[in-house]
Design a protein around this ligand. Structure first.
Ligand code: IPM
Ligand code: MG
Length: 353
């Protein structure tokens, strides 16, 4: 297969993990005889510094004309503590999602047996946890009408029936391919937008009789994730709730550096780790590249290249089993490897397999 990939390294640790993602992607393509080409583009603070726009039109064009986007991270502390900043790196990520029509963000939470003791939860709670969060990505408060003055500010949490139906459809289709259990997470006891979500979900549920649908308030879901993560198979929720719940979900498996994601919808799909740009670690070569590498696995799987994805997953598993780990996952007294060492080990393993 011919694959044209837009690479958006972004900020902070982004460029370091991006380079590893590209190396792993190249190793897989070489092994399986795929022809891959990369085009690099600016986004986030790097793009603000260069051209004053966190998602410049040239970047959009490159993304639009590619088969997939390999995205890393955006964010820079110089904007975080300045509420007056007119333009922010994160706007680049949001603009990309919106302009490419990527309304569904798929965030799988899996656990690795050899990392269970790294989880902040007790082993027996986490062992076997395996669920997917389907997060709506182009609606809700992130994109609703906003107002900001010194005395008053608001964000509007607006959803249309169409937006809710299309994300529920994605979630139902995942549930059908998995354990056939869908949890619709909302705050229908308080929010009008959530009541529409629940209403639409209740209308759609009978069309998927093979799936067991349940409904849960988001505060309860936050608790249940910690108390009984194994309860979940597929959860679907709005943009803001999904953002919050997936950070919570990601640490269940031991490190936030492990969780990949796929953003899909109308335009070019984007594959990105769920973690941020971790600016304090930039240039230190300590960032865990596994979320980025697993995003590459999701990229191949999106194109139905299952063996390519599986080969990456086996190499990641082997690196963890053999202790080739960045500091966040290294065992006490064991050597910690750099971002690049872990990446090179995994790429070599793929080539040698
Ligand atoms: C994520 C991130 C982004 C979000 C930020 C960087 C804008 O936290 O992908 O979860 O809130 O969607
Ligand atoms: Mg987030």
């Amino acid at each position: 297969m011919k694959l044209k990939i837009a690479v958006l390294p972004g900020d902070g640790i982004g460029p370091e993990i991006s380079a590893v993602g590209v190396d792993v992607m190249s190793a897989v393509c070489l092994k399986f005889g795929h022809e891959v080409s990369y085009e690099y583009a600016l986004c986030g603070a790097a793009a603000i510094d260069a051209v004053g726009n966190p998602f410049p039109p040239e970047t959009y064009e490159i993304c639009k004309n590619s088969d997939a986007v390999l995205f890393s991270a955006v964010g820079d502390p110089k904007f975080d503590n300045n509420p007056n900043a007119k333009v922010r790196p994160e706007q680049g990520l949001l603009a990309m999602r919106k302009q490419l029509g990527l309304f569904a963000n798929i965030r799988p939470v899996e656990t690795f047996e050899c990392l269970l003791d790294k989880s902040p939860l007790r082993r027996e709670l986490v062992e076997g946890a395996d669920f997917i969060c389907v997060r709506e990505l182009t609606g809700g408060m992130y994109f609703g009408e906003k107002y900001e003055s010194d005395d008053r500010a608001y964000d509007t949490n607006a959803y249309t029936r169409h937006e809710i139906e299309r994300i529920l459809k994605v979630a139902y289709e995942y549930a059908q391919r998995r354990k056939k259990h869908l949890t619709v997470v909302d705050k229908a006891n308080v929010l009008a937008s959530s009541r529409l979500w629940r209403k639409v979900a209740q209308e759609m549920a009978p069309k998927y009789p093979d799936v067991n649908t349940d409904y849960m308030y988001v505060d309860n879901a936050a608790m249940r994730l910690i108390q009984e993560p194994k309860f979940f198979d597929v959860m679907v929720t709005e943009n803001t709730f999904g953002d919050i719940l997936t950070d919570e979900g990601s640490v269940i498996s031991g490190s936030m550096g492990l969780l990949p994601s796929a953003s899909v919808g109308e335009g070019t799909p984007v594959f990105e780790p769920i973690h941020g740009s971790w600016p304090q670690a930039a240039g230190k070569h300590i960032a865990n590249p596994l979320a980025q590498i697993l995003s590459v696995a999701m990229l191949f799987e999106y194109f139905n290249l299952k063996e390519e994805g599986a080969c990456i997953r086996r190499a990641v598993q082997a690196s963890l089993d053999q202790g080739i780990r960045t500091p966040d996952l290294a065992l006490p007294g064991e050597k910690a490897y750099s971002t690049e060492e872990v990446g090179a080990w995994i790429a070599d393993r793929i080539s040698a397999e």
